[in-house]
Design a protein around this ligand. Structure first.
Ligand code: 6GU
Length: 226
């Protein structure tokens, strides 16, 4: 899968993908990430990509031309399956959206800054608008890093243990159960004895009960999500 990102501050997107699972995904050729600085398509030699908004008011707007030229140029290599704009007024991102995007071949993510991007780019190009929650970030880059990480780890072959991504919280509308590692006793707290029985059926049953109890207590809203 190829994910391309257009943004104003590409430095914000370097480190998150240079380590651990996202690094491995790229090394294995399962994920190809291309990060483009919008400045490359600036309208003048000062690197201008934003301007005042019509109608007045505080905050700059990312202009049409640099974005349209960037998207047009990138699309010469082939159409994107989805052109996503990261914005707090988008649809709230969740695991279902993650899984669905992980099945695409080539997607483009546009990160906004300042007051956002000219509405005409949204009208002409954008096919999906995504928010990562009800709070405002200073730019779309960190939000893009969040969704790329979420998408990347569910691409088949990225996580070594095939079942691991499927047992994450949210995959079956359940939060994950508690997990334990050595030692068997720590500061007077013992690992639940069922986990030491070596009986996979009992362990699975216990994990399901724990996941259900945790979800009922903390996130009853996700239990009856489709
Ligand atoms: Cl996608 N962008 C910005 N700037 N703020 C956000 C967001 C996105 N999602 C939640 N807050």
């Amino acid at each position: 899968m190829t994910i391309e990102i257009i943004c104003a501050v590409p430095e914000l997107l370097q480190s998150p993908f240079e380590h651990s699972i996202m690094k491995r995904a790229q090394e294995r050729g399962l994920l190809s990430l291309k990060i483009h600085s919008l400045r490359k398509w600036a309208i003048n030699k000062h690197g201008q990509i934003d301007d005042y908004q019509y109608g007045g008011g505080a905050g700059m707007v990312m202009m049409c031309e640099p974005l349209a030229n960037a998207i047009d140029e990138l699309q010469q290599e082939g159409k994107f399956d989805e052109i996503i704009f990261m914005t707090p007024d988008g649809k709230t991102f969740d695991q279902k959206q993650t899984n669905s995007l992980s099945l695409k071949n080539r997607i483009l993510i546009i990160c906004g800054h300042y007051k956002g991007i000219d509405q005409r780019i949204r009208d002409l190009y954008v096919t999906l608008e995504i928010s990562i929650g009800d709070y405002v970030l200073s730019g779309g880059e960190l939000a893009a890093a969040v969704i790329v990480d979420a998408i990347g780890r569910v691409i088949p072959g990225v996580i070594n243990d095939e079942t691991s991504a499927l047992t994450d919280s949210f995959q079956d509308n359940l939060l994950a159960p508690p997990v334990y590692s050595r030692p068997a006793e720590f500061r007077g707290l013992e690992v639940p004895p069922v986990l030491l029985t070596g009986d996979p059926k009992k362990v699975e049953q216990w994990r399901l009960e724990q996941a259900l109890a945790r979800t009922k207590e903390r996130r009853p809203d996700i239990l009856d999500k489709e």
